[in-house]
Structure formats: C-alpha cells, structure tokens
Design a protein around this ligand. Structure first.
Ligand code: EPU
Length: 415
C-alpha cells in the first residue's frame, strides 16, 4: 500500500484551489435519491468517500455519470436490492440512505454505517427523528431497517445538535405530509448547503443553519443543477499547512465566512490572514503563540480542525491546551506526533502541548482523515523525512493532497 513521503522544511508559496466540501457532497448525493428527475452537481470533490457514496446510490438503482467534478444523477427507478455491507461500512453517511429512500420506497434496510473510528458514533438521534416522523425503525447488530407508508410531519427536539441526524430528518421530512420542526438542530454550514440543494428541487426548508428548522413536506421534488459549497475544513487544513512552513498561500474558492472561529484563533497564534471575495490569503513570518482551544459545535471551533491545529501548537512558543468535546476518541494523532518529537500529554479530554523548537521526520501512521492530514502538516514542518502509512484515510477527504502541496513548493510524493 502506498505511503506519503515528505521532506520537511520547505516554505509553501503560491495559489491553491479549494475543492468542494466532502461533508456537503455526501448528504447531497444521498439527497439526490429523493427525486425521479435529473440532478446535476458541480464542484463534487473527487474523493474516496464520494466514490463510495456514488456506489451506494447505484446499489439501489440510481444511474450516475461523472465528468471531472460534475456529477449527473438519475434516480427514476429505485429498488431495495440490498445495500452492500462492504460499502455501507466504509462511510458514516450511508445512514442518510434511510432518510432519502424511505419516502421513495416505503421501506429500506441499510447495513450499520462505518466511517472514522472517533468514539461511539451513536445513531439514536437518527432513529428518534425517523420514528417521530412515523417510521417503524428496527436495528440489529448488522443493520438498520425502516418502514413507513407515508411519513407525517412532527415536532422533533434533538438532545444534541447532531449534524447527521439533522440532515437525515430533513431528508425524510422533505417529502412527509405536513410540517416538521427540528429544535436544537445542528447549524453547520453543510446543512445549509444540503437544504439549499433540496429547496432548488422544490423542497420547502426554512431556517437551515439556525437551531430551529422548519420543513413543509411537498408531494414530490424536481430536477436541479447545483454547485456544492467549498470545503471549509480543507481550507483550514491548507491554512495551517501554509502557516507552519512560514509560507504565503492564497486559497481560491474558499469562503472565510464559515471559518470565523478558526481564523480568529490562527490570528491569535500570530498568523496573518486576509479575507477577500476571491479567497483567503495566509502568511506567517514569526513563531507561533500558544492557544487554549475547546472544540464546539458550529459556530465554535470545529472538531475536524482540532487534529490539524495541533502540529502548529506543537512548535508554538509555550504551553497550549486542546480540549475535545464532540468525539470521545479523537486523539489518535497524538502518539504519532509524539514520535515526531512533539511534547504532548493527555489529561482526560484535553491535550496539553508544550511547544518544542522543531518536529523531526519519522515513520507514522494515519488513523483517520484529519489525523492523517495532521501528520502531513507536521511532516511539512519537520526536519528530515516523514513517511506516512495508511494514507487511504487521507484520500477519503483530500483531493490529490500531494499534487496540491507540490504545486506550492512542498517536497511530497506517494510511493
Ligand atoms: N451522536 C449521538 N447520537 C446520534 C448521532 C450523533 O450521540 O444519533 C453524537 C456522536 O456520537 C458524536 C456527536 O454526536 O459524539 C457528533 O456527531 P454528529 O452526528 O454531529 O456527527 P456526524 O454527522 O456523524 C459530521 C461530519 C464529521 C464531523 C461531525 C461534527 C460528515 C460526513 N461527517 O459527522 O466529519 O466531525 O459532523 O462536526 O458530515 C470529518 O470530516 O473528518 C468528520 C469526521
């Protein structure tokens, strides 16, 4: 299996084009199953996870065509032919097949979803939401199945603003009879993107992006042409990558509006950031100031950026803390960074990071998407050579990461 090999210490200089957002593309591809008319999606990131999602919708009869980053989906002839377990277990978003297929098929069974190993990854809120809409939901050790003649709008209160559960309920409620409200809904920008996509097909979703979302069910949805938002976490990744090399990079097709919490903290660390309509400009000339960070739901500091900012703090001038509040188990990158010379101690849900002068190249292992990207960032700054194994995790969320970084001066290749 291929590794990524990085010779660290080169400044990143130049322009990078940010791809479409994985975490918007995945639910939107699933949402395309809600209509029998043609859907055309632009800015679809070419990733392992989007390929898996495409195979998943094909497994229930959807026809797809892909030209570059444009995808055509036609779901006029769907069937519950048994979603392959191997595919469903690869990504978390396979569970969105329930919300998207239940209104079309009346009954669907999906193997339990997989995805990164970040903790318990419960699905109780998905089940609670679908049940409130009138579905009969059964789970076994292997799968989740749901059945409903016609879903009926309901008032649903989430005990935690889960991104996936909010999306799944919106999907199912779009074609339900009557009005659904979701209270304590997740506010992540990808939910707004999915709602905008559904509304462009004729759905009636109001106030996505707020904690109270209202969905008025419609009888059917039409076709659409839609452009997927740019990836805010990949933008953040390349911002940190540029900064840690004391580089100067312009990130095209990026949107700083959804990155306020990250930009604020990076500025506090001493990084220069300019937000323009065309994109985000990042420059770092001096050493980095330590930070105390706590992950929060949007608009707070995103959990997905937590592993990515850690290498920067590992070489900051002093002691930082990083507290993870969303996932029980999102510190798999810490032992790997320690191998590279980082001084990090864990205390419960908090990493205590004492800045060292520099990181050193080492042989390390990617354990999930963001942990893998964090090792790439660390490798760019480290003295000597870093070899990252198990890079399929990185390919799940980053389009051509080594080509992107090479284009701005990094010495990184796949072997
Ligand atoms: N949770 C429950 N019950 C549920 C659902 C979630 O207790 O029914 C808990 C989870 O166990 C977790 C927390 O709620 O502790 C957050 O889960 P959420 O449902 O919000 O996350 P998700 O939809 O599974 C998405 C992203 C993640 C990102 C989180 C949080 C996608 C495909 N994934 O996951 O992205 O970390 O929201 O923002 O959209 C990544 O891209 O690397 C990634 C892991």
């Amino acid at each position: 299996m291929a590794n990524l090999v990085i010779s660290g210490g080169r400044r990143l200089i130049g322009d990078l084009q940010i791809s479409g957002a994985k975490n918007a593309a995945l639910p939107i591809i699933a949402a395309s199953l809600l209509t029998a008319k043609e859907v055309q999606l632009s800015n679809v990131p070419s990733l392992e996870d989007t390929r898996v999602m495409t195979e998943l919708i094909k497994s229930v009869g959807a026809k797809t065509e892909i030209e570059g980053n444009t995808m055509y989906i036609m779901a006029n002839n769907l069937y519950d032919g048994g979603v392959p377990e191997g595919l469903a277990r690869k990504i978390r978003c396979s569970i969105h097949m329930i919300g998207a297929l239940l209104p079309r098929l009346g009954k669907i069974e999906v193997p339990l979803p997989g995805g990164d190993d970040l903790g318990m990854r419960k699905i109780d809120l998905h089940i609670k939401g679908l049940t409130a809409l009138g579905a009969t939901v059964n789970t076994s050790n292997q799968s989740i199945s749901a059945q409903a003649n016609r879903l009926i709008g309901a008032d649903i209160v989430l005990s935690f603003p889960s991104v996936g559960a909010t999306e799944n309920i919106i999907l199912a409620a779009s074609l339900a009879m009557g009005i659904t409200t979701i209270r304590n809904a997740a506010k992540e920008p990808e939910i707004i993107d999915m709602a905008n996509f559904l509304n462009s097909m004729g759905a009636m979703i109001e106030d996505a992006g707020s904690e109270l979302i209202k969905i008025t069910g419609v009888d059917k949805l039409g076709g659409t042409k839609y452009t997927i938002m740019s990836d805010r976490i990949n933008t953040g990744t390349y911002m940190v990558a540029a900064a840690i090399t004391h580089g100067e990079v312009f990130l095209k097709n990026s949107n700083s509006v959804y990155l306020s919490a990250v930009i604020e903290r990076l500025r506090e660390a001493g990084i220069q950031i300019e937000e323009t309509i065309e994109g985000i400009w990042v420059k770092a000339t001096n050493g980095f100031q330590p930070l105390d960070i706590t992950t929060e739901v949007y608009p707070g500091f995103p959990t997905d950026m937590q592993p990515l900012i850690t290498p920067l703090l590992a070489i900051a001038n002093g002691r930082s803390t990083v507290k993870e509040t969303i996932w029980e188990q999102r510190f798999e990158h810490i032992p790997q960074l320690t191998k590279m010379g980082a001084d990090i101690n864990m205390k419960g849900d908090t990493a205590i990071i004492t800045g060292v002068k520099n990181l050193n190249g080492a042989r390390v292992m990617a354990t999930d998407i963001r942990a893998g990207a964090a090792l790439v960032i660390a490798g760019l700054a480290a003295k000597g050579e870093t070899v990252i194994q198990d890079i399929y995790h990185i390919d799940r969320g980053y389009e051509r990461i080594e080509e992107m970084l090479r284009s701005v001066g990094a010495c990184i290749y796949r072997n």
